[in-house]
Design a protein around this ligand. Sequence first.
Ligand SMILES: [Zn+2]
Length: 450
Amino acid sequence: MNLRPYQQQAVNDIRQSLRTHKSVVFTIGCGAGKSIIAGAIAKSATDKGNRVLFLVHRAELCEQISDTFFGMCDVDDELCDIMMIQTARRRLSSISEPALIIVDEAHVFNKAYEKVFQYFPDSFKIGFTATPCRLNQGGLGNLFEDLLTSVSTRWLIDNKYLSEYRYYSFPLIDTSKLHTRAGEFVQEEVEKLLDNRAVFSGTVRQYQKITPGKKAMIYCGSIKASKEIVEEFNRNGITAAHVDGTMSKAERERIVSEYRQGKITVVSNVDLFGVGFDDKDIEVTILLRPTQSLALAVQQNMRCMRYKEGKTAIILDCCGNVVRHGLPDDNREWTLEPKAKQENTVKIRECPECFAVYPPTLDRCPYCGYAAVKEIQRKEKKTVEIDLVEVKRQKEIQDTKYSDLTAETWDDVERIRKTKKYKIQWAIRFADMHSIPVPHKYDYMRRFMR
Ligand SMILES: [Zn+2]
């Protein structure tokens, strides 16, 4: 088992923390290999003859973690139990006392974890999560004494452990009137909002426009809408399938396998492929499940960011999650405090021209070059902190060789034209050369171009 340098660092940091604390929560981005780090720690515990209890909150994860722990990390299976938290809390008295308890995603079933932790006061506890907060945004101080953070999502992208991404926001539903119950949007209201033909056709239209033919995963707020959208995709000649928990295991496995092989292009679900479903060929995530949960939002929008050489992941946010939770690689301040400071207004800027979402530190859209409102620029000028990475991204578009420019629609041509600051005549000639239809409003101009 070979740990990446930052994973080895994680193991060392956790050990160091446990010299002075009984419990620690370790924060690391999605896709960084949490279970490998946990496996390395579990192995060194069982090597010393110590018992380990690993708790997860979904049945599929038991299998995955077992593969990682016993298959890859060589953890002693006689000394390590992998169990669902729901089971563990009911059978506390039958569990042999562990020296170490490891929990995955401690923000869900928070109260159940608390119960288990109290039952074993002498055990060391380690939590792993990308988002150490509960649904109501409070910290995990009720479970852990110490909080450690590791490499950021931005770092993982820059070091090719995750793919670079682009984020577009096309809200197809208006979530401003939704009510909240127990920290999350009221499910019945979400279902009603999504039950709308315009949502089904709008989703397919955006996909066709921005990511035609690319392998996509949809997260939808209702099973009914998910099925309708899938039908709409199929009607438009894109092979799509809906999956949910009520389907037989055989049926689900068939769809997953055909999706992995690329026979199915688009899969839609509510939350079946939340944690631990990895497929580096997924290039697009389509968000149609409005949520108040940062953890859920991050898990879903990063599904397409598994690293693959040359891939730029694309997130099509059709439900405004970016307004609530920001971009995948935003830097977040974590705390163990039960109630986080309520100053978490998300800072993003949306391009009125191409609907891309980008940090407000940029005064131009990094995708199409459209300049943001001058007034805002002036106001923020004093505090503008140039984000080098974003500038680099913009430069990449700028630096594409002329002969490498490709376009399939008039919108593509216009995007290139605006980024490169070419004249409209260039766009018309380029479109003609590539047999792309030019809007009729430019007919008069062509007469003078001959
Ligand atoms: Zn733009």
